[in-house]
Design a binder for this molecule. Structure first.
Ligand code: ZN
Length: 278
């Protein structure tokens, strides 16, 4: 009886209330279990691939997969060493390149990564790809999607005080729940090719993704100092035109570069050959 009680309590605590982000230790609101989102995320990703021009082979695909898998291994090593491997439970890592001029890339909940060919000339090389990859994977590791879903459900009254879980939200207000999900991860007007994270991440989540991303790339063997040059190229590529979706959701370049310079010394501790803690 007691065991059942504790099991129930543990699963409740997993879903409810607060969770801590690895490395930054920030407390985040979690009213839906991040794992509850995975089936929906996988379905959206599949739909995206089905309606896009996926690049099958070639050097770009090889680079994106090579960098992705190295960062994935670094992340898993870090989480294993820190007893946080449960954060990637149920992940089905996948890396694809989509033929599109959009300057964009993302990692959906559960490790589903897509790079648009439009961002690759700005990345230039594996180091540049690692900057983007580290940042996007960090969003998934820090469960930013589930956090924003939780905020949406609460602010729109789909979940009221004391209620938790995607299942409860679905039975309360199925249409609104689906709408909130679609706004965050859904496919919007495939013809206009605006796909992926539609609502901007919060400023908090962005700097957190930079913070984690630098450490992940460093741990995977990519020089985190390269991030500054990458974001300068990104700013240049987007000047004079409507900012690409990837950039429009991100902090102003000067603020970002100032933050990166503050974070780089910490990330260097994880970079092999720097007397780090690898
Ligand atoms: Zn971001």
């Amino acid at each position: 009886m007691k065991r059942i009680f504790f099991a129930a309590l543990a699963s409740l605590l997993f879903v409810v209330g607060c969770q801590r982000v690895p490395l930054t230790g920030r407390n985040q609101l979690m009213l839906v279990g991040s794992k509850e989102l995975l089936p929906m995320s996988f379905q959206s990703y599949r739909q995206l691939l089905d309606t896009s021009q996926v690049v099958g082979t070639g050097p770009n695909v090889e680079s994106v997969r090579r960098v992705g898998q190295k960062i994935q291994r670094a992340v898993e090593d870090y989480l294993r060493d820190n007893n946080q491997l449960s954060l990637v439970e149920g992940f089905q890592w996948e890396y694809n390149v989509i033929n599109s001029p959009q300057i964009n890339a993302f990692c959906m909940p559960g490790g589903k990564v897509a790079f648009y060919t439009g961002i690759l000339p700005i990345c230039q090389n594996d180091e540049g790809i690692a900057v983007v990859m580290g940042h996007e994977i960090a969003h998934a590791i820090a469960n930013h999607g589930a956090e924003r879903m939780s905020q949406g459900l609460l602010s729109q009254g789909v979940l009221t005080a004391g209620q938790i879980g995607l299942g409860v939200a679905m039975s309360n207000k199925p249409q609104q729940t689906q709408q909130i999900y679609n706004n965050l991860f859904g496919l919007a007007a495939p013809a206009a090719a605006t796909i992926g994270y539609i609502l901007p991440n919060s400023r908090n989540q962005e700097s957190e993704a930079d913070h984690l991303g630098l450490i992940f790339m460093a741990k995977a063997g990519y020089d985190p100092r390269e991030s500054v040059a990458f974001w300068q190229r990104m700013a240049q590529a987007s000047s004079g035109q409507r900012p690409p979706e990837f950039l429009s959701t991100h902090p102003a370049e000067t603020t970002r570069i100032r933050n990166l310079n503050r974070l780089i010394p910490k990330a260097m501790e994880y970079y092999p050959g720097q007397g780090g803690r690898r």
